[in-house]
Design a protein around this ligand. Structure first.
Ligand SMILES: Cc1cc2nc3c(=O)[nH]c(=O)nc-3n(C[C@H](O)[C@H](O)[C@H](O)COP(=O)(O)O)c2cc1C
Length: 294
C-alpha cells in the first residue's frame, strides 16, 4: 500500500515515521538505516561540536541513501541567547543547506530567528514542543509542522505535559499546523491511532533506540526490552510527577511493546504491516492510504 500524508509529501519520505534525535549520541548509521527503509531518519545535529565532523556525517548519510532525512538542532540553552551558541548553530545550519538537507527540526525555546533563517534557506522547518501552550505559541512562529510530545515519551520532560491522546484530541481543535505525534509510540497500532486522530506522522525515539543499528550500549537496549510499562515506579519516573522543574528522562512508556532487539528494517516493516492489517480489518481496500488533510 502507498502511504500519503501532509508530512510524507513535505519531507518526501515513503512512510509517515520520523525518528527522534539522541542527545550526546552520533546516530549517523541509524539515520541512514531509517531513511533507507522509507522513514525519515533524524540526525542529532547538536552532537557534532566540530563543523567538519557534522559535514562528514551528512556526507556519509548521503553516500548511503538518496532518501530523505532531517537534522535536529536541540540546544538546552535558547538559540540566540548566548552569542557563541547562536553562531555555532547558524554555521551548522549553513552546512546543512550547502549539503542540501531539506528538513530541519528545532527543539527548545526562542527558536524564532533560527526558524526564520531555516525558511530563508528554503528548507522545511519542523518545531518540537512538549505542551499545548508551547504548540500554540510555536505555531505563531510559522513552522511547517509541529512535533507534539506526550507525557509518555522520553527526553526533556516538562511537568506540564499531557498525554499523547489528550494532545491529539485537542490539537485538532486548537491548532492548524500539521502535527507529528510523539511520546510512547512504538507499534503500528500506535501509529494508526495517531493518524486517525489527526496527526500527519509519528515521531519515534525509544523504539529506534532499541534497534540493532542504534548507537546506545547493549545493556541500555536490554533495559528498554526489560522495562515494564505497568510498573508504577517506572511510570512515576517517566511522567516526572515528583518535581515541577523540567528534567531529562532516558526512558519512555514506548518500551511496553518492545520485546526484542531487531533491525530498523524489521521494526519499520512490523509497524507498517500491523497498521495495514488493522486497516484491512476495518474494511479498507484502497491501495492508497491518504491521511492528507483535505
Ligand atoms: C535518550 C534520549 C535522548 C533524547 N535526545 C533528544 C535530543 O537530543 N533532542 C530532542 O529534540 N529530543 C530528544 N529526545 C526526545 C525524543 O526525541 C522524543 O521527543 C521522545 O523521546 C519521544 O518519545 P518516545 O521515546 O516515547 O518515542 C531524547 C529522548 C531520549 C529517550
Amino acid at each position: 500500500m502507498k502511504w500519503k500524508t501532509t508530512i510524507t509529501e513535505l519531507i518526501g519520505c515513503k512512510y509517515p515515521i520520523l525518528s527522534g534525535a539522541f542527545a550526546k549520541l552520533d546516530n549517523t548509521k541509524l539515520v541512514t538505516a531509517i531513511s533507507k527503509t522509507g522513514g525519515c531518519g533524524v540526525l542529532t545535529g547538536s552532537y557534532f561540536k566540530r563543523e567538519e565532523k557534522f559535514r562528514n556525517a551528512l556526507l556519509e548519510i548521503k553516500n548511503n541513501t538518496n532518501n530523505a532525512f532531517a537534522v535536529n538542532f536541540s540546544p538546552f540553552t535558547p538559540i540566540g541567547f548566548q552569542k557563541d551558541l547562536s553562531e555555532m548553530f547558524l554555521q551548522k545550519l549553513k552546512i546543512a543547506e550547502e549539503e542540501r538537507v531539506k528538513t530541519i527540526i528545532t527543539a527548545g525555546p526562542r527558536c524564532e530567528d533560527f526558524g526564520k533563517k531555516i525558511k530563508d534557506y528554503g528548507m522545511n522547518w519542523i518545531h518540537k514542543v512538549t505542551t499545548m501552550k508551547h504548540a500554540i505559541f510555536g505555531e505563531k512562529l510559522g513552522p511547517d509542522a509541529l512535533i507534539l510530545t506526550g507525557l509518555e515519551g522520553g527526553g526533556l520532560k516538562n511537568p506540564k505535559q499531557n498525554t499523547f491522546l489528550i494532545n491529539m484530541v485537542n490539537a485538532e481543535r486548537l491548532l492548524k499546523t500539521p502535527i507529528i505525534a510523539s511520546g510512547g509510540i512504538s507499534s503500528g497500532k500506535g501509529m494508526l491511532m495517531a493518524l486517525i486522530a489527526g496527526a500527519q506522522a509519528v515521531h519515534l525515539c525509544t523504539a529506534f533506540l532499541a534497534t540493532k543499528e542504534s548507537p546506545i550500549a547493549d545493556n541500555w537496549k536490554q533495559n528498554i526490552i526489560d522495562a515494564d510499562c505497568f510498573d508504577p515506579e517506572l511510570i512515576k519516573k517517566i511522567c516526572h510527577f515528583e518535581s515541577d522543574q523540567p528534567k531529562a528522562s532516558p526512558f519512555s512508556l514506548a518500551a511496553g511493546p518492545i520485546n526484542k532487539i531487531i533491525s530498523v528494517e524489521e521494526l519499520v516493516n512490523d509497524i507498517i504491516i500491523e497498521a495495514e492489517s488493522l486497516l484491512k480489518n476495518l474494511g479498507f481496500q484502497d491501495n492508497l492510504i491518504d491521511f492528507t488533510k483535505k
